[in-house]
Design a binder for this molecule. Structure first.
Ligand code: FAD
Length: 112
């Protein structure tokens, strides 16, 4: 897709030939770095991802302080985009919570 036609805030990777192996480095190993690496691996069919970081689990902030899914409002992002992000995140976590991976993933629904 030409750059000028690509929606803002959506990841964009240039097309690559079938036999290319794209080598990608993700810097950081908290929830953002690891989620980014997973998303790239799903979006770029043939790629090799290396995560470079000062600290890895269990020594990141994310290991201890990313516990509760709470909606926040960000003034520079359209509200419908924020609602879509929250809905997608909630649906993903909700499906993890009801899966066999819930305990390993540490994802639970709590009241209160
Ligand atoms: C007390 C507290 C409570 C919180 N509660 C919640 C909550 O309930 N719900 C929620 O959603 N969020 C919560 N947060 C926020 C949440 O923890 C962060 O938004 C989230 O963990 C950030 O993830 P991250 O991957 O960006 O950063 P981090 O988890 O900090 O990871 C950063 C990574 O980058 C690496 N790094 C940093 N600098 C360099 C460098 N120069 N070179 C190489 N690597 C580097 C680090 O080693 C680490 O691997 C809380 C935060 C705090 C402090």
């Amino acid at each position: 897709m030409p750059e000028e036609n690509h929606p803002r805030n959506e990841p964009h990777f240039p097309p690559c030939r079938a036999m290319d192996t794209v080598r990608i480095a993700v810097i950081a190993a908290g929830v953002i770095g690891l989620s980014t690496a997973v998303c790239i691996s799903q979006l770029v069919p043939q790629c090799s991802i290396t995560i470079v970081s000062e600290k890895f689990t269990p020594h990141t902030t994310s290991d201890v302080a990313a516990g509760i899914l709470i909606p926040h409002e960000y003034p520079d992002t359209p509200i419908f985009t924020q609602k879509r992000w929250f809905r997608e995140t909630f649906d993903h976590l909700s499906s993890l919570a009801s899966s066999a991976e819930a305990v390993d993933a540490g994802v639970h629904l709590l009241s209160g």
